[in-house]
Write a protein of this length. Structure first.
Length: 226
């Protein structure tokens, strides 16, 4: 039986670093494992991103030595929901590949996700223009056998770690949404602001746990977070 482990969290929380460390640990112990970038590829949504750039709804701005993309289209409700709909189609294809094709081609025992489609949900919940029906459909797509580990880090440290992250307020809102989802669905939470060794040991311990202690009951999300 394949074990699926997803590392999620805000930018700068250490998802890529710790997914690599976790995969190395499994390989060292002769466990057949692969790491997947867990945000669904932009099959259907990429043309829309290009259209946003051409029309000026996504711009590149510099903040000192930092360069970042500013998506003004996220304040336009029809565009937000069109984007989420296309990402929904992308995610369906990704789920089919990641859970029903990829593990069996490589005869895997473990799959470690560096990020997951839950990140699209967090991005969408930042906007008050989102249609929550799409959000709930996203949540219903997530297989219950995924073991989520939220890497939690202070938003100020996140901004210092990531050169393309500049908006502390937005990062703080994203962190709060991740913590809300973790509380609602019983994800594991690891403080990744501590030392690399201490954090990686905690992640390995969770990943090697024989049972899913997290309470992955994907209830619907509404605007009040009930």
């Amino acid at each position: 039986m394949v074990t699926y482990i997803a590392l999620v969290g805000i930018d700068g929380s250490g998802k890529t670093t710790h997914s690599r460390i976790l995969s190395y640990f499994f390989k060292k112990h002769r466990v057949r494992v692969r790491t997947l970038y867990g945000r669904a590829p932009f099959f259907f949504s990429l043309p829309l991103l290009g259209l946003f750039r051409i029309s000026g709804l996504t711009t590149v701005q510099k903040f000192g030595s930092r360069k970042t993309y500013v998506a003004t289209w996220r304040e336009i409700a029809p565009l937000v929901n069109l984007w989420l709909l296309l990402r929904l189609f992308d995610s369906v294809l990704f789920i089919l590949f990641a859970f029903y094709i990829f593990p069996f081609i490589f005869r895997l025992q473990k799959v470690v996700f560096d990020r997951f489609i839950i990140d699209d949900i967090v991005d969408s919940l930042i906007s008050n223009k989102v249609n929550f029906s799409f959000v709930n459909i996203f949540i219903s797509l997530i297989p219950r056998k995924v073991r989520f580990i939220l890497l939690d880090v202070n938003e100020s440290l996140s901004v210092r770690r990531k050169s393309d992250t500049w908006d502390t307020l937005r990062t703080k809102r994203m962190r709060l949404i991740y913590l809300l989802l973790a509380s609602k669905f019983g994800w594991y939470i690891v403080n990744s602001s501590s030392s690399l060794v201490k954090t990686s040991r905690r992640i390995v311990k969770i990943a090697c746990s024989p049972s899913l202690a997290s309470n992955n009951h994907y209830a619907k999300i509404n605007m009040h977070g009930d």
